[in-house]
Ligand binder design. Structure first.
Ligand SMILES: Cc1cc2nc3c(=O)[nH]c(=O)nc-3n(C[C@H](O)[C@H](O)[C@H](O)COP(=O)(O)OP(=O)(O)OC[C@H]3O[C@@H](n4cnc5c(N)ncnc54)[C@H](O)[C@@H]3O)c2cc1C
Length: 399
């Protein structure tokens, strides 16, 4: 693999850099910097989304015919890396990275022309309704019932851990349309409007104080049959395809930015004039993390390369999912160590992007505890580590 930038790619990098310099204002930078979660707050996310949409750069991995910019794999990586190192806000993946690819792969022409432009513009904000109480890893056991009534399905049941359901105006979800035979064979994939009568959203608050996930209740919710993606009872095929994209990476550039931030924090000297960065044990752990980061980046390149040849991420995306999660968690532990006593004050109000109060302690330490707590979930959300390892054992290693 040639990792040197060609002159054309170097010019592209410079173009991205100058665009970021001119567009990332204080509000966007502060929103990204003070975010204690892997998910950006809605207001900052949507502002940044619309700016990128106007520029035509909102969906780097989408084919041109659906509104992508027609970039090469290298250009996509450059864009991600430059955004991360410039401190740009993260974008929500549910529309651009999950529902979009599914509609391109399995949606009807009408579904594609209705929903894809609205994902690009930010007009629609999606949430993912897969998990239910009692059906997470064993997703095929899900029980939210969709009973056919003429041209509609009538939905009754509960979804849980639904990220940003409080902001979303649309949900893609898995429902049970048949109860006989293998559980996988009775699932269908639907799209719905969150303002349909009968839907209620209740918050679940994290230990960091953040409201990111929800329980969503369905009571006789009517969804048109035309909102089904794929055939009735064939939703499992669609669901698995989507999960490959959910686990397909894109995180190495952000982890690199986090590592750089930790190095900067650790280089600061204390009252006695010493810096954590000069301690051999801490330095060794930072260097080990940098080596792991190289491994994650290479796995990500392999997936990007498969995508560029028209493939999909495949089961190898599970390797990337576990290794990215482990490194992400480790880095937030190192950040906590560097923050030291300044990780202790609980000041969620100071993390609000619009907060004007001066935080207690250094600004760089403000998010250390929230990120540490939030990142415990990355080895669970999108499929637990144990489940990913089972997939790797079976489908990658053939054990
Ligand atoms: C922060 C966060 C955000 C989320 N966002 C969403 C969302 O937007 N939409 C959505 O649909 N879901 C979401 N989820 C749900 C997530 O996908 C599930 O939590 C996950 O799939 C695990 O399911 P579970 O919580 O039911 O745990 P369980 O499946 O009950 O697992 C419990 C434990 O048993 C282990 N285990 C289970 N089965 C096996 C097995 N076969 N072999 C070995 N070990 C096993 C697991 O690894 C785990 O350690 C989110 C979760 C979190 C934490």
């Amino acid at each position: 693999m040639n990792l040197q930038l060609s002159p054309a790619d170097a010019r592209f990098r410079d173009e991205v850099r100058s665009f970021l310099e001119s567009t990332l204002d204080d509000g966007l930078r502060r929103g990204a910097d003070r975010c204690g979660s892997v998910f950006q707050d809605y207001a900052t996310n949507i502002r940044w989304h619309r700016i990128l949409h106007r520029k035509g750069w909102i969906a780097p991995s989408w084919p041109e015919r659906f509104g992508g910019p027609g970039w090469s794999v290298v250009q996509r990586y450059i864009f991600q890396a430059e955004c991360a190192s410039a401190g740009a806000p993260a974008l929500a993946p549910m529309g651009l990275g999950m529902c979009g690819p599914v509609l391109m792969g399995y949606g009807t022409t009408e579904q594609q022309s209705t929903y894809l432009p609205r994902i690009l513009s930010g007009e629609d904000y999606w949430c993912q309704g897969y998990s239910e109480p009692g059906s997470g890893s064993d997703l095929a056991s899900l029980g939210l019932r969709a009973a056919r009534d003429g041209d509609d399905y009538i939905l009754n049941g509960t979804k849980i851990w639904t990220t940003h359901a409080q902001h979303a105006n649309r949900m893609f979800l898995l429902v049970r349309t048949a109860t006989s035979g293998r559980p996988q064979a009775g699932i269908s994939f639907l799209l719905l409007d969150m303002d349909t009568p009968g839907i209620s959203v209740e918050p679940i608050i994290f230990s960091s104080g953040d409201h990111e996930v929800n329980t969503v209740f369905f009571e006789s919710v009517r969804v048109p049959v035309t909102n089904r993606v794929g055939e009735e009872n064939d939703g499992w095929t669609v669901a698995k395809y989507l999960l490959e994209f959910e686990r397909g990476g894109g995180g190495a550039a952000r982890l690199e930015a986090l590592l750089a931030r930790i190095r900067r924090m650790a280089a600061a000297t204390d009252a006695s004039g010493s810096a954590l960065l000069n301690e051999p044990d801490f330095r060794r752990r930072l260097d080990a993390a940098a080596i792991n980061l190289d491994a994650v980046r290479m796995s990500e390149f392999r997936i990007l390369s498969a995508l560029s040849q028209g493939g999909n991420p495949g089961p190898a995306s599970s390797i990337l999912k576990t290794s990215t999660a482990a490194l992400n968690q480790h880095l937030t532990e190192l950040a906590l160590e560097v923050a030291g006593i300044w990780a202790l004050p609980h000041q969620p109000e100071a993390r609000e992007p619009t907060a004007t109060a001066t935080p207690v302690g250094p600004e760089a330490a403000l998010t250390a505890t929230a990120r540490y707590l939030n990142t415990r979930a990355v080895s669970i959300a999108g499929g637990t580590d144990e489940v990913q390892r089972n997939i790797v054992a079976k489908l990658v290693l053939g054990l």
